[in-house]
Design a protein around this ligand. Structure first.
Ligand SMILES: O=C(O)CCC(=O)C(=O)O
Ligand SMILES: [Fe+2]
Length: 183
């Protein structure tokens, strides 16, 4: 099992812009205040859930195709469903948006069944400073490709973080795939 798998050009730049526009149709929610997160020091970002936006069906279709490809090529996990909405996050320099080291597997009915995480870079890596998605599957920290439209997939237990954005803004699209607990 390769622990971090990159799919370059998972979405085209125009598709990335369309996803950002869709997410921005309504006011984004503060990640520090929603869904049981209450600490701005752990995560400072604004969020939108695509299942709450009409017209995003094509995004889910693409996500399913990308996940199937990565799982076939790399992970071979027993996956059963997409149990949570894809999430768009915006990390802005105005408050040094970031997300500290964490694993995506947590307590709770859904978070405990997360097995595979996919993050798509929706912004051009040259348009912001900081905002590096870093992963630590072993002793070495890897930096995710910053190219707009590239996707990185990893087992949801792998530690990862987003370093503070110090200029500009970074958008990402996160998806979790669920199944029976690892055993
Ligand atoms: O925005 C990112 O690159 C990562 C987001 C993330 O780790 C999460 O939502 O769990
Ligand atoms: Fe995460």
């Amino acid at each position: 099992m390769l622990s971090v798998y990159t799919l370059p050009e998972a979405f085209s730049p125009a598709e990335c812009d369309a996803i950002i526009l869709l997410a921005r149709e309504e006011k984004l929610a503060d990640a520090g205040l929603v869904r049981n997160r209450s600490d701005h020091n752990l995560r400072r970002a604004d969020l939108a859930w695509l299942d709450e936006r009409a017209g995003g069906g094509w995004i889910m279709e693409r996500i399913m195709k990308l996940v199937a490809e990565a799982n076939r090529e790399c992970f071979d996990f027993a996956l059963t469903e997409f149990g949570e909405s894809p999430q768009v996050a915006r990390y802005g320099a105005e408050r040094e948006g970031h997300f500290t080291w964490h694993s995506d597997i947590g307590e709770g009915a859904l978070a405990s069944r997360r097995k595979l995480t996919m993050v798509v870079q929706l912004s051009d890596g040259n348009d912001y400073e900081g905002g590096m998605l870093e992963l630590q599957p072993d002793a070495n920290i890897r930096q995710a490709d910053r190219a707009k439209g590239s996707a990185v997939l990893f087992p949801s237990f792998v530690l990862h973080r987003v370093t503070p954005v110090t200029a500009g803004e970074r958008y990402s699209l996160s998806t979790w795939v669920h199944g029976q607990a690892f055993r």
